[in-house]
Write a protein that binds this ligand. Structure first.
Ligand code: B12
Length: 316
């Protein structure tokens, strides 16, 4: 249902667009964003006005459209029946079915993090269980994974292409850079592709270095690219002691260049996590999304000053 004239608070608009509240107040006060005032003098902005400004300035629209009630974006629409249909398509290697469900869900919720946490993760978990107890073979799991990877690569490409077109049309806005990978020993690819898409949607430029990357090489990539954010998706480690040692050295490099580091993944349980320094940790893509949005607002507010160098330890 379309409700373009829903009223939004300054803070809601700021968070949705990934800018600071003072930026939104400035737009209102300079007249570029029309607003009403409450009795208590707080600014109220029509969703339709905020969307128009976001379009003009090429700011991200997904979150704002959700707040505005545009489209059927209720995450609750990802219900058990949809997950069940998705698991069936995954089990049967039904490429058209898998692609259709992912693309349709993504366009309905306009958000890779919700897609990741509420559809892909639970469905892949089911595939894992069916592989252990329910008659699926390893090849079924590989086949399903390959198809999901393909769709996520396409979604990432599409967004990267859109950015390139904006750049060519002179509509580019400055975006901070994130790089990331899964460390040596982790062969999982879907989570990394979802990190990439989540960050692109949060308005970051992204270099995804894939899986099974040795930590010294990630440190070299950080030195070469000078990112503001590095993500690591750590789902399996062959040698946690060696990883810890190499991670600590990598983290020194990240701190030196002022990059924030966010960690996630199932291998970071208990003891290991408590031995690692990091800027943020999350066990869902929604945590990464929130972290990245906050970080880019912080970067804009501080004129791009390094954030990682502050060495905060934040749990998402
Ligand atoms: C597909 C799969 C594989 C494929 C992966 C192929 C590929 N190209 O990716 C292959 C065949 C390689 C594989 C191998 C193995 N697998 Co496997 N695999 C899976 C499966 C079915 C799906 C994983 C997946 O992609 N899920 C979808 C993603 C989106 O979910 P996710 O990874 O959980 O990520 C979420 C969060 O962790 C978080 N997150 C992830 N990264 C990040 C990063 C950041 C920064 C943040 C904030 C958040 C975040 O957000 C995501 C979305 O919510 C799982 C089942 C399951 N329960 O997950 C088993 C599973 C993980 N595998 C398992 C096992 C045992 C293995 C092997 C050890 C088997 C073996 N003996 O060889 C190997 C290890 C491989 C390795 N060295 O990495 C077990 C793990 C058990 C355990 N307690 O650790 C599971 C749970 C299967 C089971 N028993 O049910 N596997």
């Amino acid at each position: 249902m379309i409700q373009p004239d829903r009223w939004l608070k300054t803070r809601q608009v700021a968070q949705a667009l990934g800018v600071s509240a003072s930026t939104v107040k400035r737009w209102v006060d300079s007249g570029s964003l029309p607003a009403a005032r409450t009795v208590g003098k707080h600014r109220l902005i029509r969703a339709s006005e905020a969307i128009e400004l976001a379009r003009k300035q090429s700011l991200p629209l997904g979150e704002l459209e959700r707040l505005a009630g545009l489209g059927d974006v209720n995450p609750a629409t990802i219900d058990d029946r949809l997950i069940e249909r998705f698991v069936t398509a995954l089990s049967e290697g039904d490429e058209a079915g898998i692609r259709g469900i992912i693309l349709d869900t993504h366009s309905r919720c306009g958000n890779a993090a919700i897609l990741a946490d509420r559809l892909i993760q639970p469905a892949m978990k089911d595939i894992g269980l069916k592989w252990m107890f329910g008659g699926l073979d390893v090849y079924h799991e590989h086949r399903a994974t390959r198809i999901v990877e393909g769709v996520l690569v396409d979604l990432n490409r599409r967004l990267a292409e859109k950015r390139r077109e904006e750049r060519l049309a002179g509509l580019e806005i400055a975006r901070p850079l994130a790089i990331g990978a899964a460390p040596e020993g982790t062969l999982y690819t879907i989570a990394g592709l979802l990190c990439e898409l989540t960050l692109r949607e949060a308005d970051w430029d992204v270099v995804n270095l894939g899986c099974n990357l040795p930590m010294p090489s990630l440190a070299k990539a950080a030195l070469d690219h000078k990112p503001r954010l590095v993500w690591l998706s750590i789902n399996h480690l062959n040698n946690p002691t060696l990883f810890t040692h190499q991670y600590l050295r990598f983290h020194e490099t990240a701190s030196r260049i002022g990059a924030a580091v966010i960690l996630g993944g199932r291998a970071l349980e208990g003891d290991l996590r408590s031995r690692l320094p990091y800027t943020g940790f999350g066990d869902r893509m929604e945590h990464l999304s929130e972290f990245a949005r906050r970080l880019s607002v912080g970067l804009k507010d501080s004129g791009g000053d390094p954030v990682g160098s502050k060495e905060r330890s934040v749990s998402a």
